[in-house]
Design a protein around this ligand. Structure first.
Ligand SMILES: Cc1cc2nc3c(=O)[nH]c(=O)nc-3n(C[C@H](O)[C@H](O)[C@H](O)COP(=O)(O)O)c2cc1C
Length: 191
C-alpha cells in the first residue's frame, strides 16, 4: 500500500542542507512511500485571534497535513532549538484546540547541521513537541547529520556513500514504523 509522507523542512533558504538531506531520503526510500514537501515559509504567524477566519495559507497547510499518512521533519538547529518557522508551522497545525491535524500521525525527525553534533538540541526539542502532539515518533535510528556541508557535491547530490547507506536504513525504518503505527490505529478503529 502506498503511504503519503508530508515533509516539513525547517529551513527556508535555497541552498538548505536540510532540504538536500530530505531529498536524499526521498530518493533512498523504499517503494510505497510518496513524499510531498509542504511549504511552511508563507504561513502567517500563529495568532489565535485569526481563527474566526483563518488565513488561506493556514487552511492549505492544515489540509496538506490532514491528507498525509505520516510526517517527516527535517530541521536545522537554531540556537540549540528548532527554527521559528518550523515551530510556527507546528503551532498552526495544532489548532484549533481539539482539531490538531498532527494528532496520531506517525513521525520521524532528522536534524542536519554544519556542526559536529548534527543538531541534537533541535532534534530533541522537536521531539518534546511531537510527544505533546500525540505523534508516535520513530525512536531509532536517531538521525543527527553532522558536518552536513561536506556531504553534497556542487549540484546538490549526496556524494557520501556512508551517509546514503545510513539514510537508506533510516527510510526503511520509517516505512516500517509508519506501517506499524497506522496498523495499530486501524485495529483500534475496527475494534
Ligand atoms: C540563526 C542561526 C542559528 C544557528 N544555531 C546553530 C546551533 O545552535 N547549532 C548548530 O549546530 N548550528 C547552528 N547554526 C548553523 C546551522 O546549522 C547552519 O547554518 C545550517 O546549514 C542550517 O541549515 P540549512 O543549511 O538547512 O539552512 C545556526 C544558524 C543560524 C542561521
Amino acid at each position: 500500500m502506498s503511504r503519503k509522507i508530508a515533509v516539513l523542512v525547517g529551513s527556508l533558504r535555497k541552498g538548505s542542507l536540510n532540504r538536500k538531506v530530505a531529498e536524499a531520503v526521498a530518493l533512498a526510500a523504499p517503494g510505497g512511500l510518496e513524499f510531498s514537501f509542504v511549504e511552511i515559509g508563507d504561513l502567517p504567524f500563529f495568532d489565535q485571534d485569526l481563527e474566526g477566519a483563518p488565513p488561506a495559507q493556514w487552511v492549505r497547510f492544515r489540509d496538506q497535513i490532514r491528507a498525509a499518512d505520516a510526517v517527516l521533519f527535517v530541521t536545522p538547529e537554531y540556537n540549540r532549538s528548532v527554527p521559528g518557522v518550523l515551530k510556527n508551522a507546528i503551532d498552526v497545525g495544532s489548532r484549533p484546540y481539539g482539531q490538531s491535524v498532527f494528532n496520531g500521525k506517525p513521525a520521524a525527525v532528522i536534524s542536519a547541521s554544519m556542526g559536529a553534533i548534527g543538531g541534537f538540541g533541535a532534534n530533541h526539542h522537536l521531539r518534546q513537541s511531537l510527544a505533546f502532539l500525540n505523534m508516535p515518533t520513530l525512536p531509532s535510528p536517531e538521525t543527527y547529520i553532522g558536518v552536513a556541508h561536506e556531504l553534497f557535491d556542487e549540484a546538490g547530490a549526496l556524494k557520501n556513500e556512508q551517509t546514503r547507506a545510513f539514510l537508506t536504513q533510516f527510510a526503511g525504518a520509517f516505512a516500517g514504523w509508519t506501517e506499524t503505527q497506522l496498523g495499530k490505529s486501524e485495529a483500534r478503529i475496527a475494534a
